[in-house]
Ligand binder design. Structure first.
Ligand SMILES: [Zn+2]
Length: 100
């Protein structure tokens, strides 16, 4: 899980391209236009001086995010998951052996 903090006094909006985000997360976040059936790319909005928690690691692959990090506009926090990283699918609970 990734937390992004907007350190600027301006709202930041990042587009979440299907090829990068949806494919990486294995889940499509895009909307579909009801009028012409085209794919509507979703976006991430971070209000000024606010933080957004619980984002996918895939967000870090976005060039716009990388650029904003370099510019010091946003700050990234990565929290290690309690579960194992190599769970094949996020929507299924991984079988865990009681090890306590
Ligand atoms: Zn998508």
């Amino acid at each position: 899980m990734v937390t992004i903090t907007n350190r600027t006094r301006r709202m930041k909006v990042f587009l979440l391209p299907h090829d990068l985000i949806c494919k990486a997360t294995g889940k499509c976040h895009c909307g579909i236009s009801k009028t012409d059936k085209t794919r509507l790319i979703s976006s991430l909005t971070i209000p000024a001086e606010s933080r957004v928690v619980g984002l996918s690691q895939a967000i870090l692959t976005l060039p716009e995010i990388q650029l904003a990090i370099k510019r010091g506009e946003i700050e990234i926090e990565q929290k290690p998951k309690k579960k194992k990283k190599d769970t094949p699918k996020a929507d299924k609970p991984a079988p865990q052996s009681p090890s306590q």
